[in-house]
Design a protein around this ligand. Structure first.
Ligand code: SRM
Ligand code: SF4
Length: 566
């Protein structure tokens, strides 16, 4: 048996996620905390980071890195009240770097929280009736759900996302003890983790609930994906997908993105039992020696889908029913006004790469504060880094429209920009190999010119970029994926389906900015001249043999075109 990974020992010895975090936060001599504790704070939704832009200068002056923390909220289904939004905005200004970052998992991150601000920031989150518990770490993460409230089954699906999140949440009170009330539990009398156990899961675990026809949660990217089946306006149950995931490592073909397999159908009252059974199988069978192969997707590849299914039936005491039909038309979000029932309307606000900040010409942070102060409906975060101002009454709509227009938030971006998404990357992400959030807008501006010159501006094409192969913006499910290799250099992937049901494949290695433009321009030109009616860009490049389709996770690295396979 290979030895357990270091993280397994850290978890086992942590007294249910306490470690020495509290002592570390009290130590004023450094802006950091101990290395092992930095693994444990993740389970509390908190990452130790440093400002990577400042590294060279501080190293020259022999100063320690510019340490700071990132705090990620848990918001199952992404719904906030306007009061909660205002509370988070205030924390961003007073305790963090003055921005809010909407994430690809339907929540908010605060960046740049220095050590002395960390407990007050978490206490502010708690006072806003929110928390950061299990937002990171080897646990079930924020449960995401389709945000579009116009579906009649949205309320039930949202309630299901919240119920799953609560059911699988760690029972440890360490978060409250360390960050909120400070009352330590007596050693040996720690809480019992009946589902997760004392060493929690081998790796992160992710769940999404989709409401067709929108695959706006990228349900195939999840360890456990649930497709809500609506029949005659009512929620009949969920098709169950298992074993999806995005992360891989450059040059290591035994790591790969994978789309989840459809394994059956469950009724709404079976849902929590199904989620718990899948989680406990992964708890017991997942690889605890090698964290690079520890996700459920590798467990299923290793043990086989049939074995996984039989074990699930055994633990549930029943076999899942056959899957029911559904149809996805798109991934990503629409934008602008959406009409709902009961005279309510909703405004889907595009937020470029999720960053809520005041920028010249677009005062997003200030504008949204004004809207939150006036709005009596809900704010719903989307899994595509956007924000839905939801439940706007007929009488309130002119006021919200006026505030959107006054802050220059109403004008729609180009379709190319609206369907683009980048992960955070530099300067906060410790794993970034290249820029992403700070670079994609520039690349889109350049591509917009090509697109306009070819009269393609009314076509929707998805582009996603990440600063490393971990896949935080789900680039392998975009029609065009750009993945950082080193500063200024990206691998280009093509062929991911517009509806998020097929992975992409590597098309060109190691491109510069000019290289990306040069690679895409002729493809856009031939798409403009010879696409079939309603043919998506990704389907076009596959039909024309530009790229071979990816048919399974392992096939992601196979069937490359000859010049890449060599
Ligand atoms: Fe992620 C690690 C940011 C969604 C796959 N991700 C990180 C860290 C925490 C870096 C680290 O470990 O030190 C990044 C923090 C950057 C920063 O400064 O904020 C980070 N991930 C993000 C966010 C903020 C990207 C964004 O721009 O929105 C997303 C926050 C989600 C949330 O709210 O919970 C985010 N990460 C994702 C997704 C997309 C998703 O879940 O739908 C994925 C791919 C799906 C998946 O998990 O398979 C993803 N992140 C990873 C991985 C690779 C995991 C793997 O199985 O290989 C890592 C690295 C790791 O875990 O070792 C990672
Ligand atoms: Fe960081 Fe890589 Fe995730 Fe981007 S994809 S946020 S660079 S870990």
């Amino acid at each position: 048996m290979p030895p357990l990974s270091r993280n397994e020992t850290i978890k086992a010895e942590s007294r249910l996620l306490r470690g020495t975090i509290a002592d570390g936060l009290a130590a004023a001599a450094t802006g950091a905390i101990a290395e092992d504790d930095a693994q444990l704070t993740k389970f509390h939704g908190i990452y130790l980071q440093d400002d990577r832009d400042l590294r060279p200068e501080r190293a020259k002056k022999r100063m320690e890195k510019a340490y700071m923390f990132m705090a990620r909220l848990r918001v199952p289904g992404g719904v906030l009240t306007p009061a909660q939004w205002l509370a988070m905005e205030r924390l961003a200004r007073e305790r963090a770097n003055g921005t809010l970052r909407l994430t690809t998992r339907q929540t908010i991150q605060l960046h740049g929280v220095i050590k002395s601000n960390l407990r007050p920031a978490i206490q502010g989150i708690h006072a806003g009736l929110l928390d950061t518990i299990a937002a990171c770490g080897d646990v079930n993460r924020n449960v995401i759900a389709s945000p579009i409230p116009t579906s009649p089954i949205h309320p039930e699906v949202l309630a299901a996302a919240r119920a799953i999140s609560a059911h699988l949440l760690p029972k440890s009170r360490a978060w409250h003890e360390i960050f909120i009330d400070g009352t330590p539990v007596t050693p040996g009398e720690e809480e019992e983790e009946k589902i997760l156990g004392r060493t929690y899961l081998p790796r992160k675990f992710k769940i999404a609930l989709a409401i067709p026809p929108f695959n706006d949660v990228d349900v195939f990217a999840h360890d456990l994906g649930l497709v809500a089946i609506e029949e005659e306006g009512r929620l009949a149950g969920y098709d169950v997908l298992a074993g999806g995931g995005m992360g891989m490592t450059h040059g290591e073909p035994d790591t790969f993105p994978r789309t989840g397999d459809l394994i059956g159908f469950c009724t709404p009252d079976q849902l929590l039992a199904v989620a718990e059974a899948v989680v406990t199988i992964q708890h017991d069978w997942g690889d605890r020696a090698d964290r690079k192969h520890a996700r459920l997707k590798y467990t299923i590849e290793r043990r086989g889908l049939d074995t996984f299914r039989s074990e699930l039936a055994h633990r549930l005491g029943l076999s899942l029913a056959p899957p029911r039909p559904y149809n996805f038309t798109r991934s990503g979000d629409p934008s602008g006004w959406l009409d709902g029932e009961n005279g309510l309307s909703h405004f889907l606000l595009f937020v470029e790469n999720g960053r809520i900040a005041d920028r010249p010409g677009r005062a997003l942070l200030t504008g949204l504060s004004a809207i939150a102060a006036a709005h009596d409906g809900r704010f719903i975060l989307t899994p595509n880094q956007n924000l839905l101002i939801a439940d706007i009454s007929f009488s309130q709509r002119p006021r919200i429209a006026e505030l959107l227009s006054r802050h220059n938030l109403e004008a729609p971006p180009s379709l190319l920009r609206r369907n683009a998404m980048a992960c955070v990357a530099l300067p906060t992400c410790g794993l970034a190999l290249a820029e992403s959030e700070r670079y994609l807008p520039t690349l889109i501006t350049a591509l917009e010119q090509t697109i306009a010159s070819l009269d393609l501006a009314s076509e929707e094409i998805t582009i996603r970029m990440t600063g490393c192969p971990n896949g935080c913006a789900r680039p392998y499910l975009a029609e065009i994926g750009l993945v950082g290799v080193r500063p200024g250099i990206y691998n280009l992937y093509l062929g991911g389906a517009f509806d998020g049901m097929r992975l992409s494949k590597l098309y060109r290695r190691e491109l510069t900015h000019d290289g990306i433009l040069a690679a895409l321009a002729p493809l856009f030109a031939s798409y403009a001249s010879s696409r079939l009616a309603n043919e998506r860009f990704a389907d076009f490049v596959i039909r024309n043999g530009v790229i071979r389709p990816t048919t399974s996770g392992k096939n992601f690295h196979e069937d490359l075109l000859p010049d890449l396979a060599a």
